[in-house]
Every structure is written in C-alpha cells, then in structure tokens.
Design a protein around this ligand. Structure first.
Ligand code: FEO
Length: 153
C-alpha cells in the first residue's frame, strides 16, 4: 500500500520539477513500504538515494528561484535544509530501532508532501512564470527590432 498516490493536482507545470517530485514520492513510498510493512526494500539504500535525489532536486529549485529573484528564496532554502536534516534523523532512528519511527515517518512524510510541494513550492511558481513571460517579451522585442532592420536594409 502506498503512502502517497501521485495526483495531477500536485503538478506545478514545470516539467523537470514535476518529474523530480514524482520520483521523490516514489522514493518516499518505497521507504514507507520498507519501514512500515517490512517489504523487500533495502531501506538503507532508499535513505541514501532519497537524500541524494532530494539534494539534486533542491539545487534545481534553488537555481530557478535565484534566477527569477524569488523573494521567499531564503526561507524556502531553510525548508529544504530542514527536510534533509529530518530525513537524516529518521535514518538514525531507523538504525537505532526507535519504536515510534513508523508513525513519525508516516506523519512527517505526508506533512512534507502537502505543506511543501502543494504550498511552499507553488509560491515560487509565479516568479518563474514571470521570468519566462519576460523572456518571451524580450524575444518578441528582439524579433520586432530585427524585422525593422531588415526592412531598412
Ligand atoms: Fe520541490 Fe522545494 O521542493
């Protein structure tokens, strides 16, 4: 049984970001299945993959936010660091056999999905859309200027 079913309502409309989120959801589900249901999942490997993948994903988002001069950059980066710290903490709890890790994991991962992807990530979307719109306007202006030059020549 999956912890989270990917749904199109989670999509932000940014191809790479959405693919990353889908992959992260799939890793979270594997982790959940491995810890809660003791399914044949190498939990240690999933923890390592999850941290690596999340770091790559956060690097991409942070670059997009910087490029688009997103005002909430700093607090968003703090959320990313918090996520990595929390996953590493869960990994330690898992290794120490903490009895509450199942519930903690489930609640934390669900909370992260709903609060981060659906709220925090959606907030930077407008800055990126404005950046893309500005790029389109710049290209249109350039093409207009070029076409005027061609007429003059
Ligand atoms: Fe998609 Fe801010 O993590």
């Amino acid at each position: 049984m999956s912890l989270i079913e990917w749904d199109s309502t989670y999509a932000l409309g940014l191809k790479d970001v959405d693919e990353h989120h889908q992959h992260l959801v799939s890793q979270l589900n594997r982790l959940y299945d491995g810890i809660v249901y003791n399914e044949t999942v190498d939990v240690d490997d999933v923890f390592i993959e999850l941290v690596e993948y999340a770091k790559n994903h956060f690097d991409l988002e942070e670059k997009l936010m910087l490029d688009s001069k997103y005002q909430g950059y700093k607090s968003h980066v703090e959320k990313h660091s918090e996520f990595i710290s929390n996953i590493l903490e869960l990994q330690n709890k898992y290794h120490s056999g903490n009895a509450y890790v199942d519930t903690d994991t489930m609640l934390y991962l669900k909370d992260w999905l709903f609060n981060h992807i659906l709220k925090a990530d959606k907030k930077y979307l407008r800055s990126i859309q404005l950046l893309q719109e500005n790029k389109i306007v710049s290209v249109v202006k350039l093409l207009t200027q070029l076409s005027q030059l061609v007429i003059i020549v």
